[in-house]
Design a protein around this ligand. Structure first.
Ligand code: ADP
Ligand code: MG
Length: 696
């Protein structure tokens, strides 16, 4: 690309294009909607639709689509041509306000968790004007929310938008109490750091497990893994660099501010980080980023793996959700700021968030729960499955001083108006980078590190937005009636901190001592699997909070829980079937071929009177291992049959898959991986780890 500046967002119907193409009054109304989330009248929508269509057609688009985020985890789209036939056999290009605002896709094939019987197959998509329309592959994409005929939400965007409204409303109440009269909207911001693997397409094509499940179900540890730590931030190979370059260009054209790229810890692993945006847009953009990562890889003879754990024994891929809260008068509300009032306001939001994370740690945990991410959380590479919070020693000292009514032992103290020690002018780097915390304060934002690489960031942001709003609401209820604001505020902050500081842990989250302390001393929950944590979605406190703020109804939460658990069992079922298939059709024959060769050597040696213990030992080993493999396959097959017994109880069913099916898969894998180390290379039926990881 000659000029990144000129082509940035060239395929986006953004503010600049709207200013040029819309009548002034219409433009103003759209801007109001974008900034405040207010609704648009149908005549305004008509004008916008027409301008969008003209712009899109000029850019070569022939179709439009309502683009939405069903519970499948990937986005969905159905394309309609703009053209509309005239009676004289000619056509005109049309796109009405109605078509922009509302779509009616057949929704029966999307997961609904029992919400929508197929006879009510109709679903609605509704335009989300806060996220810009864009052109991709000759189609105009309109970001939309997706709900059922009866109004229950079926997607990942709607709750996010609702949670953003809730956060705005409650945060504004707090800002007003601090005397702010300028802010009219508060938004959550998010920046998603995205990890991924790249493997050679030719090698990928030879592995049924990668093709079908996105991860390797077999594979012995290679002689070299990541122990030399030579890949992290290492030189980027030419082929990878060309890929990253094209990816950046394509992302920029869609207005996605891809900023940083580097090699990650594992061989063949990389990361991309964008500049942060409002959470809803960041979520849309992260979906597009994942899609383009995969698509562009193919053009370079590569395959991009977004699975959380493509290779056993090698680091998996995560996604970090950097999150903060910004007001539309230009403040980052999680920035400690330089003046005492900014500081107190910051402390209020900080303490509110500490309580939110403590009270609703189960929701944060489950927002990162999936079959794929179960391989990471709790293992020694991702944050532990226990939610805790890192705020750094300095902030902790300050909050301790507040609690004990003493002076914090920090330089450059300023007296707070509420009579506590102020934050010193706060350097962002003071929170030395704790990489082991699931929720780390990083100077002016929190970084949630539990998400898996394939996850949508939407659910996590719903949780962060709604739970902090819940606590801010409590604070505001108490403060609005207070006679002495400062005294009341101090009382609330001290009490809240005291009751919730249990969740703060600034040490090494990967250590065994922490797991012991967290669970035995502090009583923090440790949900080690998806199946453990998902049912907490329906805990009374969670349902009450979501219903209070109208983010989800109880029915919607139940449907989500069911969908996610079903997804878990389906994923493991597919993996198990793939293993059986690969074992029987590829590994058995390979072992037999090699055994045949060894035996024929052995026979010919014997025929001339040479005794050889090595060949004999090998032949015996091969034959006994094959027997083990066969019985492991049989065990797994039997577990799959037994699983059917619990099929009508999604909770039982998913537990059975975790406890029975998954453990049988691991046993099968162990035997196969051992065989891989003794069968001659030319007989092994698919590329091994060293090929996949080092031949990119
Ligand atoms: P690193 O974590 O590698 O040091 P940064 O801290 O600069 O890098 O940023 C990491 C990510 O956090 C980036 O995607 C960035 O856009 C995002 N980020 C920075 N500030 C904010 C904010 N106020 N709200 C949300 N995300 C943010
Ligand atoms: Mg980071």
């Amino acid at each position: 690309m000659k000029n990144a500046e000129a082509s940035f967002a060239c395929n986006v119907f953004n503010q600049q294009v709207m200013r040029e193409r819309l009548p002034k009054d219409v433009y103003k109304k759209v801007m109001q909607t974008k900034k405040m989330g207010t609704s648009l009248s149908s005549d305004v929508a008509g004008v916008v639709a027409n301008a969008m269509k003209d712009w899109a057609v000029e850019k070569g688009a022939t179709h439009f689509t309502h683009w939405f985020h069903p519970m499948t985890g990937v986005t969905a789209e159905k394309h309609d041509a703009f053209l509309s036939p005239n009676s004289d056999g000619t056509v005109i290009l049309e796109f009405s306000g109605k078509e922009l605002v509302k779509g009616e896709p057949d929704a029966s094939s999307f997961p609904s968790g029992g919400l929508r019987a197929t006879f009510e197959a109709r679903g609605y998509t509704a335009w989300d004007p806060t996220s810009d329309a864009f052109i991709k592959d000759g189609t105009l994409y309109i970001p939309t929310a997706f709900c059922s005929y009866t109004g229950e939400i079926l997607d990942k965007k709607t709750p996010l938008l609702r949670s953003m409204d809730v956060l705005s409303e409650q945060a504004l109440r707090i800002l007003r109490l601090f005397g702010n009269t300028t802010a009219t909207r508060v938004l959550s911001t998010a920046g998603a750091e995205q990890e991924y693997f790249l493997v050679d397409k030719k090698l990928y094509d030879q592995r049924e497990d990668l093709i079908i499940t996105g991860r390797t179900l077999f594979g012995a540890k290679p002689p070299k893994g990541q122990e030399l730590e030579d890949h992290y931030f290492g030189n980027i190979k030419e082929r990878i660099s060309a890929y990253m370059h094209e990816l950046d260009e394509e992302l920029w054209k869609l207005g996605i501010p891809a900023k940083t790229k580097h090699n990650e810890v594992a061989p063949a692993q990389h990361e991309l980080a964008p500049v942060f945006e409002t959470a809803n847009i960041a979520s849309d953009h992260n979906q597009l980023t994942m899609e383009l990562m995969k698509k562009i890889a193919l053009k370079h003879g590569l395959v991009c793996l977004l699975h959380e754990k493509p290779f056993a024994g090698v680091n998996g891929s995560g996604k970090h959700n950097n999150w903060s809260i910004a007001s539309n008068d230009g403040q980052n509300l999680l920035d400690p700021g330089d003046t005492p009032t900014e500081n107190t306001q910051f402390l209020t939001f900080l303490v509110a968030f500490i309580k939110a994370v403590n009270k609703y740690s189960d929701l944060l945990r489950l927002s990162a729960a999936s079959a794929g991410n179960d391989h990471r959380l709790g293992a020694n590479e991702a944050p532990p499955a226990i939610v805790s919070m890192f705020i750094g020693d300095e902030l902790q000292a300050l909050l301790d001083a507040l609690e004990n009514d003493t002076k914090a032992d920090i330089k450059s103290n300023v007296k707070f108006e509420i009579g506590v020690d102020a934050l010193p002018s706060f350097k962002k780097d003071n929170t030395d980078r704790n990489r082991t915390s699931p929720m780390a304060f990083t100077g002016n934002k929190f970084e949630f590190r539990m998400l898996g690489s394939a996850d949508s960031i939407s659910c996590t942001n719903v949780m962060m937005n709604t739970t902090i709003a819940d606590v801010l609401c409590e604070f505001a209820d108490e403060l609005e009636g207070a006679k002495d604001f400062n005294a009341k505020l101090k009382e609330i902050l001290v009490k809240t901190y005291k009751e919730n500081k249990n969740i703060i842990f600034n040490g090494n989250g990967y250590s065994d001592e922490w797991v012991k302390e967290a669970t035995e001393v502090r009583g923090l929950p440790n949900y080690t699997s998806t199946v453990d944590c998902l049912p907490t979605y329906l805990a009374d406190k969670n349902v009450a909070m979501f219903e209070k703020f109208k983010v989800y109804s109880k029915v919607e939460i139940a449907s989500r829980t069911e969908i996610l658990l079903e997804n878990y069992t389906k994923v493991i079922n597919i993996e198990a079937l793939t293993m059986v298939d690969m074992a029987k059709k590829q590994i058995y024959p390979a072992v037999m071929e090699y055994t045949k060769e060894v035996c024929s050597v052995l026979a010919s040696m014997k025929s001339v009177g040479i005794e050889n213990a090595t060949q004999e030992k090998l032949a015996n080993k091969l034959s006994s291992s094959l027997k083990c493999l066969d019985s492991a396959v049989t065990d797994l097959e039997q577990a799959l049959i037994a699983a059917k017994d619990s099929a009508d109880d999604v909770y039982k069913h998913s537990r059975f898959y975790r406890d029975e099916v998954f453990s049988k898969m691991q046993s099968l894998r162990a035997v196969a991986d051992e065989l891989e180390t003794i069968v001659a290379e030319k007989y092994w039926p698919f590329p091994v780890y060293s090929d996949l990881l080092f031949r990119v």
